[in-house]
Design a protein around this ligand. Structure first.
Ligand code: ADP
Ligand code: MG
Length: 321
């Protein structure tokens, strides 16, 4: 059967030798859907590499490139793989990770109140009922400015407190970083030992991403992997958008994932229902899930350029092996 998403279908992180079980009992699945629904069906959990907790900052420099979307979807995917995750919304002024996760009505306390001694840490951690191994921690109330006292030291203290929780340290702490490279950025990167740099394939985002890479390296964060978001193969084919290979050549970073432009992302943002929970899965949702899989295993992918058909030269596929 010809793929309805030529060049877009991601390669699965494993090679199933037999068809995966159906997630829709009683309904036979078309082969493509069976393949794309396989990631969470396969009887294997990704192998966790590195020391835990893995403290990962999701950053970009430029705003609006998909940091919060990535934090929500990668965070939920990790939790669905069976890892414990604390997603920290460090974008104090423009807090919206709670909205994307659909948890906005449950945020009563934030890290600022924990630091002031007004509540306990576990009271500020909001457990996602759909996926209980994901917890959200907001730094401050929406529209409030980060208090002057809340800087790099304070966030590092919060992450250390998560590390020494009586219930055990989480496997992952994902920090959703604000845009820019000022105080909020410095605070967000302070406790991290690895970074996930989100960029879109446009020149302004790339310049910011390059600057941020330099700053992360100066801060001692050497493990930096990038996610290229909002990629459109039709534009790449018409040479109106940079290919992922170009992006990789410009930034020189390891590639963790490539996420296509997908209107489902906007719908899921507005519903507070992250894409990776969608059934049947969407292409962007699967791409986020695969990025999460690679993050767990400290794996990377290679952007490849493939010719879809022998006569059609120059067709770019951004999913690699
Ligand atoms: P940031 O946190 O970097 O400011 P967001 O995650 O809030 O960015 O995303 C900004 C906007 O872009 C949101 O409206 C989101 O729905 C949209 N968006 C993000 N990724 C995609 C995508 N792959 N396809 C379509 N829209 C996207
Ligand atoms: Mg954001």
């Amino acid at each position: 059967m010809a793929s309805p998403f030529p060049g877009l279908l991601p390669s699965l992180p494993f090679s199933p030798s037999s068809p995966p079980p159906s997630i829709f009992p009683g309904k036979p699945l078309p082969r493509l859907r069976a393949a794309v629904s396989a990631a969470l069906q396969w009887n294997r959990k990704p192998q966790l590499a590195g020391e835990t907790p893995r403290v990962v900052v999701v950053t970009s420099g430029k705003g609006g490139v998909g940091k919060t979307t990535t934090t929500a979807n990668v965070g939920l995917s990790l939790a669905r793989f069976g890892f414990s995750v604390v997603a920290v919304d460090a974008d104090a002024g423009l807090r919206n990770l709670d909205l994307l996760l659909g948890l906005e009505n449950r945020v009563n306390y934030t890290a600022v109140e924990v630091l002031n001694g007004d509540c306990r840490l576990d009271q500020a951690l909001i457990r996602d009922r759909r996926c209980p191994s994901l917890e959200l921690l907001c730094i401050s109330k929406p529209r409030s400015k980060l208090p002057l006292g809340f800087g790099a030291k304070a966030l590092t203290w919060v992450v250390d407190a998560l590390r020494s929780r009586p219930s055990g340290a989480p496997h992952f702490v994902l920090i959703d970083c604000p845009a820019g490279i000022d105080a909020g950025f410095i605070t967000a990167i302070a406790p991290a030992n690895e970074a996930l740099l989100v960029t879109t394939p446009d020149i302004t985002a790339l310049r910011d991403a390059d600057r941020v890479t330099g700053l992360l390296e100066c801060d001692g964060i050497r493990d930096i992997k990038m996610v290229v978001n909002r990629v459109r193969t039709d534009l790449i084919r018409g040479e109106d958008m940079m290919s992922v290979i170009d992006v990789q050549e410009m930034l020189g970073l390891a590639l963790l994932g490539v996420i296509p432009e997908d209107s489902e992302v906007i719908k899921s943002t507005n519903r507070g229902y992250p894409l990776v929970l969608n059934k049947p899965p969407t292409v962007a949702g699967l791409a986020f899930e695969q990025a999460a899989w690679r993050l767990v295993e400290q794996d990377t992918m290679t952007a490849v350029m493939v010719e879809e058909e022998p006569k059609k030269k120059g067709f770019f596929s951004f999913f690699g092996g």
